[in-house]
Design a binder for this molecule. Structure first.
Ligand code: OGA
Ligand code: MN
Length: 294
């Protein structure tokens, strides 16, 4: 099914075609050139589509880093990144997601393996991310997908006893826990100071739709006020349930695509299902800050 909308954007009518792609989320949006300025009506229509479909795929975008930053800033404040490149420097506004070693060659053991684990971006911040935007620069011939799990559907599918059990519970999220949970180098003292642990409700309300959604993932360490082991077990039980294939969509990339996803109600991870030591996978990443979960 395709929905064609003609949006009167003040400066004229903007063609906008929304074609749902996945069984549980995802829509392709065509007819928008993200490198050009667009008015608020188009921005709002993109946000409406994000609320409705959670993952938006914009094909064939010729987007410089500067244009990606400008596009991102239409949706809110830009996030900065904790992770550093090989040279120890920050990435600036556009973070490179790649499997490249310091010499620029593809490797099975890239700088960070955090992306291979289910997470929602920057949940270790007091104010986590609304959306992440990736622009595919170089994509391997097969595989290299990104998997998403719909936390709204997962929440709705939980048994009533579990919904009652977790109502009002809060999980502790931190950069330190994230590094420990993902077989990464431990967080440095400086990083721990820069990103102290935060707590978020395990069930949050999506500010755009009013739907309840699970809010967990590998940035969590334990549940506030619960013995650590018991809380971790509960978090992993929920993560396991919520990432069942029936809640998943896997996006296979094409070069030039821009994908924008909703971190408020999705978990995601890189599939790592390609020959990582043979082919390059490179994407440009920007992140929009959201609002405090409630
Ligand atoms: C990210 C991320 C997954 C991927 O950029 O936040 O988790 O498939 N990426 O690269
Ligand atoms: Mn991520």
């Amino acid at each position: 099914m395709s929905v064609t909308g003609a949006i009167d954007g003040g400066a004229g009518t903007v063609p906008f075609i929304v074609t749902p792609v996945g069984r549980v989320m995802g829509a392709e949006i065509s007819g928008v050139d993200l490198s050009k300025p667009f008015d608020d009506a188009v921005r709002d229509a993109i946000l409406d589509a994000l609320n409705a479909h959670q993952v938006l795929i914009f094909p064939d975008q010729d987007l410089s880093k500067e244009a990606q930053v400008a596009f991102t800033m239409r949706f809110g404040e830009m996030e900065q990144h904790v992770a550093r490149n090989y040279d120890g420097k920050t990435f600036g506004d556009v973070h490179l997601v790649s499997n490249l070693d310091p010499e620029g060659n593809p490797t099975k053991t890239p700088r960070s393996s955090g992306n291979f684990f289910w997470h929602t971006d920057k949940s270790y911040h007091e104010i986590p991310s609304l959306s992440t935007i990736l622009h595919a620069i170089t994509i391997p011939p097969q595989g290299g997908g990104t998997q998403f799990a719909n936390m709204q559907l997962a929440y709705e599918a939980l048994p009533e006893e579990m919904k009652e059990k977790i109502a009002g519970l809060r999980a502790v999220h931190s950069w330190e826990a994230s590094r420990n949970n993902t077989f990464n180098r431990p967080a440095t003292e400086e990083q721990k100071k820069e990103r102290p642990p935060v707590v978020h409700p395990m069930v949050r309300t999506h500010p755009g739709t009013g739907r309840k959604t699970l809010y967990v993932g590998t940035h969590t360490s334990h549940v506030e006020g619960m013995p650590v082991g018991e809380g971790r077990a509960l978090l992993y039980q929920l993560l396991d349930f919520a990432t069942h294939p029936r809640f998943q969509y896997t996006h296979y990339w094409k070069e030039g695509q821009v994908v924008m996803w909703d971190n408020r109600c999705l978990l995601h991870r890189a599939a790592a299902d390609f020959e990582m030591d043979k082919y390059t996978r490179l994407l440009h990443r920007t992140v929009v800050r959201g609002t405090k979960p409630y």
